[in-house]
Write a protein that binds this ligand. Structure first.
Ligand SMILES: Cc1cc2nc3c(=O)[nH]c(=O)nc-3n(C[C@H](O)[C@H](O)[C@H](O)COP(=O)(O)OP(=O)(O)OC[C@H]3O[C@@H](n4cnc5c(N)ncnc54)[C@H](O)[C@@H]3O)c2cc1C
Length: 428
């Protein structure tokens, strides 16, 4: 008797999502992960000195329909909480003023929730941004308006991790349109952290479904015969695949390029920088946006404060201590404004996490995209597959879509189909 097993390589969110989708209806899956733990770019760091923090703050929106469904399926929806129910506090470091804004245009019916500088002409521009007729940069639609500094710029960097002067309006629009629904713009964070509130519940659900999760197993190469994969060469083992077996590579583009060099993949990435300060914060987390500073977002937890600086390529080579010192000088007044007893002259212990390839660069041009199922029994997943902004939501969606692509595969082999947008974007 031959088995039908789906071998999923990469236990980030895309791989976990694929494994949940395969096993939801009784299918059999095995996960292989190169690093010692599942989670990929969503992880909580647990150093020996007990100063635990996420690699970087991750936020979700209630509009992230697929992720909300996944969280419910693994029993973790209530672990994602809305820290700022009354609107997102924005602190302008240039003026020292703090005000709350709504992220959904519906909330702007209340003048107190409107972003500073929002005028009637901006509403037209924002609608054009949500429904762009052609691909162009976000900045080319919004122009040099106060709303760019106060809302659209920070939102673009948060959602696309790409500066607005190059960021794709079409990609941003896919996320913005979801925020147009009432209550869709509620911003959520993990109550205790990414591992405990997302990765571990997914892992436990998979374990309850008898899915082996083999860590420390890097896929070195694929063994192919014609248009099928017939074997996997991993860190310490080789696996011969049965005729019914299927493979999902839930990996970043550079790994796909190494394993399947003929496929077109995005070549350019953007960095995210995170600084974590160890200090006594609040029992209930707070989440604040900052304007006019390096610091973009600030998450205050019970025992630390995390700062996010996205699209941070220019800072990647800066000295970590220097970065922490600059960021502390910026955020100390904000923390004081929130009611914490901190001093600008007394910086707490800090940890700087540099994610050099945090996401692909989501520029206003056709990005190289491989077919979802480039070989007869192999499909691709990962946040960078498809047209959505590269986030947890796109990772979840890609895992489910890879499973669907294999389920719908014709019995005979398929050939490698070139995607129309297969030119390399370094030409830009
Ligand atoms: C600092 C930071 C902040 C972010 N903030 C947000 C946010 O606020 N909201 C949001 O929605 N998203 C955010 N993101 C993006 C989000 O983390 C990613 O979109 C998502 O985690 C990608 O999941 P993935 O499974 O596609 O890829 P990955 O997480 O990269 O998973 C790939 C996995 O494959 C493994 N692997 C690689 N090569 C091999 C191999 N050869 N064999 C076996 N295993 C291999 C890797 O170890 C990894 O575990 C952020 C990302 C970063 C870095």
């Amino acid at each position: 008797m031959t088995t039908k097993r789906t071998h999923i390589i990469g236990a980030g969110i895309a791989g976990l999502s694929a494994a949940l989708a395969v096993t939801r209806e009784g299918g059999e899956a095995v996960l292989y992960e190169a690093s010692p733990r599942p989670g990929g770019r969503c992880r909580t760091v647990h150093p020996s000195d007990a100063f635990s923090h996420d690699n970087g703050t991750h936020v979700l929106f209630t509009a992230n329909r697929r992720t909300m469904k996944l969280l419910k399926a693994v029993g973790a929806r209530d672990r994602w909480v809305e820290p700022e129910k009354k609107g997102l506090p924005i602190y302008d470091l240039r003026t020292g003023a703090m005000r709350r804004i709504g992220l959904s245009p519906w909330s702007w019916l209340w003048p107190s929730r409107r972003p500073r500088g929002l005028g009637i002409a901006d509403l037209t521009r924002i609608m054009r941004l949500a429904f762009p007729l052609q691909e162009c940069s976000v900045a080319s639609i919004i122009g040099d308006r106060p709303i760019m500094d106060n809302l659209i710029g920070p939102l673009t960097i948060a959602m696309l991790n790409t500066p607005p002067n190059v960021a794709s309006a079409k990609r941003l629009a896919l996320a913005l349109r979801h925020l147009l629904w009432p209550r869709a713009g509620r911003l959520l964070i993990a109550k205790n952290g990414l591992s405990g509130d997302l990765v571990q519940p997914a892992v436990e659900t998979l374990q309850a479904r008898d899915v082996p999760i083999l860590t420390g197993q890097r896929l070195r190469s694929l063994i192919t015969q014609g248009e099928r994969v017939v074997g996997l060469s991993l860190t310490d083992r080789a696996i011969a695949l049965g005729p019914e077996d299927q493979i999902i590579l839930a990996l970043p583009p550079y790994e796909i390029e190494r394993l399947l060099p003929t496929l077109p993949v995005p070549q350019r990435f953007e960095a995210i920088l995170n600084v974590h300060f160890r200090l006594k914060g609040f029992e209930k987390p707070r989440f604040i946006g900052c304007l006019g500073a390096l610091t973009q977002w600030l998450l205050v937890r019970r025992d630390h404060v995390s700062v996010t600086i996205a699209a941070a390529e220019a800072m990647m080579h800066a000295n970590a201590d220097d970065i922490a010192a600059i960021v502390w000088r910026e955020i100390a007044p904000v923390l004081r404004e929130l009611g914490l007893d901190v001093s600008i002259d007394s910086q707490p212990e800090a940890r700087v996490v540099k994610e050099r390839r945090a996401t692909i660069r989501q520029a206003a041009m056709p990005l190289p995209q491989p077919p979802v199922r480039p070989l007869a029994n192999l499909a691709l997943a990962g946040d960078w597959i498809g047209a959505l902004p590269t986030t947890i939501e796109s990772a979840v969606a890609s895992g489910e879509e890879a499973v669907a692509a294999l389920r719908n595969a014709p019995a005979a082999g398929a050939s490698i189909i070139r995607h129309p947008a297969s030119r390399r974007e370094d030409a830009a």
